[in-house]
Design a protein around this ligand. Sequence first.
Ligand SMILES: Cc1ncc(COP(=O)(O)O)c(C=O)c1O
Length: 467
Amino acid sequence: MNSSSPTISGTGNTPLSTEEWQELDRNHHVHPFVDPQQVKEKGTRVIVGAEGRYLMDSDGREILDAMAGLWCVNLGYGREELARAAYDQMTRLPYYNTFFRSAPVPTIELASVLANLAPGSLGHAFFSSSGSEANDTMVRLVRRYWDIKERPTKKTFISRTYAYHGSTMAAASLGGFEGMHAVGDLPLPGFVHVMPPYWYAMGEQGESPEDMGLRAARAVEDKILEIGPDNVAAFVGEPIQGAGGVIVPPDNYWPEIQRTCRKYDVLLVCDEVITGFGRTGEWFGAEKFNIEADFMTIAKGLSSAYAPISGILMTDEVYGVLSEGGVIPHGYTYSGHPVSAAVALENLRIMKEEGLIERVREDTGPYFQKRLRDLEDHPLVGEVRGVGLIAAIELVKDKETRELFDPMGTVGSLCHENMYDEGVIFRAMRDVLCTSPPLSITRGEIDELVDRARAGIDRTASELEMM
Ligand SMILES: Cc1ncc(COP(=O)(O)O)c(C=O)c1O
C-alpha cells in the first residue's frame, strides 16, 4: 500500500515534495544497480526536467549531465524535433509488428539508412529495444550462423574482464563482472573471459601500453588455442570498454585481435552500444580503430535515448548464411517499433545536419580531452584517458607507483557524490569517474564540467585526509 496517497495526474507530473517522492520511491520502486539500503538511507535524487546539457532536480538544482544520461542522450535534452517525430508517428501508425512479413515505413527506412552509415558491408539490421536484447540476439544468431555452416561445435564466446554487454542472461554472461555473474549463476556455459587492454591497472612495471596491448591481444589467441578454434564462435568487444571504466586500447590492440579472429575463423563482434553514433568523433568506434566487424550491436545514441531502440547489424556474408537457414525463430514484439524508428531517423538527420560528428572529431572532442587532462596535476588523479567525448579519471592512492585504493570503489563513490554536490554528474566505476557528455556540449560547458569535477575531487581529497 502507498504510504502517502498522492492524487495521480496520469502524466507522471504529480506535484509532490522531494520528501514525498523519496518516500514513495523507497517504498515501491526497485532500482537497477543500486543498493536498496542506500535508497532507504540517503533517498533518491528526483529528476523533474532537463534542457540542453542540464538536468533539473526536484529541489530546483541544475546539474550538468556529464554522462548524457547513461552514455546515451547524444543530442542533449529538450529537442522538440524528436518529440514531434514521435507524435507524428504515433498518430499515423503507433505500432505494427515486423513478424508477419510486414514492416512499418520508418523501420524499413532506418534499416537502409544504417546500412549506408555503417562501415564495410554491414548491410542488414535486426531491431530490438535495448542493448542487452541486441547482444542476446547476436549470441543466438552467431550460434545459428555456425550451425547453418555445419560447424555446430563453434559455440563458445570470448569476451573480456570488465566488459559490459548488458543485464540479460546471455549479455551478463558476456560481461566480465564477477558481481554480476554472482546474480543468476553466470556465466552460462560457453562464455569465457580474457584480460582487457587496461594498462593503468594491469600493466606491469616497465611495460608500455603498446606491449600491454599486445599481451592482452595474445590472451585472446591463447584462449582460442586452449579451447580449440573449432569450438570458438566469436570474440565480442566494445571498441572502448565503457562501463568497465573507459578502457581505451593502444593502437596495436585491435589490428592484432582482427588478425587473430581471421586466422582462426572466429567471428568478430563489435559492441557499439556506447561508441556508436559519434561518441569517438566517428560514426562508429570500429572506424576509429579500423575494425572490420562481422556483427555490430547498437542502441543508446541511435535515438539519443528519446525512445528505446537497439539493433544488430550484420554483414552481407553473415546475412547470406542466415538466409539459407529458413525462418529465423527469434524476435520481439517491439522489434522495429515504428515510433522508435521514426525518432531514430530524426535523430540521425539532426546529427548529420548539425555536423555533430565532425564537431566532436575536430573541435569539442580534442578540447574536452585537453581540458580534462589538466586534472592530471591533482594528487588524487593517476590518469585521465579517453577519446572524443568519452573519458575517465582514474583516482589512485599513489600516483608514482600506480597503486590503486584497497578496497576499490569507496573513494570513487565518495567522489561521485561530491561531484554531484558541485553540480556535475559523472559515473563511478570502482575508483574511476567516467564521463560521456551529450555530443552537443559547448566549449564553455566543457570548462564548467572540468571546474566542477575538480571541485568534487578537491572535496574528496580533503575528506580523505580527515579520515
Ligand atoms: C557496451 C554496452 N553494451 C550493452 C549495454 C546494455 O544496454 P541496455 O542497458 O540498453 O540493455 C550497455 C549499457 O550500458 C553497454 O554499455
